[in-house]
Design a protein around this ligand. Structure first.
Ligand code: SF4
Length: 223
């Protein structure tokens, strides 16, 4: 199935205000930036993905501004370039919700759907929003892959499956076979900081996508 630029499905409530600190922060952002989206950001992409990418949370001037994950700021540059290279996206840039970008076989979500102050969600906020991630993961086919961008997203995925973090340690480039059948891949987050300091290079990111592609082709060959 193919996702469109429109937000996709999800057992998700855009009117959710379950985290008081984040709801208050978003109200402040809406007051100072009335042109910003500044609400919980809905996942984007294919409703029936082979790859679910889990980021941390909306960025202030990216997803929080435009209303689509990793859209409109530097954090999406390497991600959407790479998705295009591997055939998941119809073009390599994400500028705005009406930019015509479509994802096929891939969907992008966040561990925390609301903008946190200083990009740092608190543990209770990650736990609360985990109900949405859990519902998204429950819809995935067992043959699907999950890509966690950063350690918080990695732990949020494990929490959603009821797995212990100490049994599946985060490391860039790691691949974990989960009991439910999915493979969980880890990458450093593709943030401006990580890409500009070269903690995450395009080649390192491509290596993760190569591993995901290899897993997909081995599974389709096994059928
Ligand atoms: S972070 Fe998640 S649970 Fe908390 S208010 Fe936003 S959407 Fe609701």
């Amino acid at each position: 199935m193919r996702g469109t630029a429109a937000e996709t499905l999800a057992p998700f409530a855009v009117e959710c205000r379950a985290c008081p600190r984040l709801a208050h922060h978003l109200a402040e952002v809406r007051a100072t930036h009335p042109d910003y989206y500044a609400l919980p950001v809905v996942p984007f992409g294919d409703p029936d993905p082979q790859l679910l990418i889990v980021g941390l949370a909306p960025g202030m001037h990216g997803a929080n501004r435009t209303g689509r994950p990793f859209t409109g700021d530097h954090a999406g540059v390497l991600l959407y370039e790479t998705l295009h290279r591997y055939g998941y996206g119809n073009h390599p840039e994400a500028i705005a919700r009406d930019d015509g970008l479509e994802l096929t076989r891939c969907r992008i979500t966040n561990a925390v759907k609301c903008l946190p102050p200083q990009n740092k969600p608190q543990p209770d906020e990650v736990r609360r929003c985990n109900a949405y991630l859990k519902a998204e993961l429950a819809e995935l086919a067992p043959s699907s892959s999950i890509l966690a961008l950063g350690a918080i997203a990695h732990r949020a995925v494990l929490m959603a499956f009821g797995l212990r973090a100490r049994d599946y340690l985060f490391a860039h480039g790691a691949q974990h076979q989960l009991p439910v059948g999915h493979s969980l891949f880890d990458s450093y987050h593709c943030s401006r900081y990580n890409t500009q300091t070269k903690r995450l290079t395009p080649a390192m990111f491509r290596d993760v996508f190569e591993a995901i592609a290899k897993r997909a082709s081995s599974r389709s060959g096994a059928r």
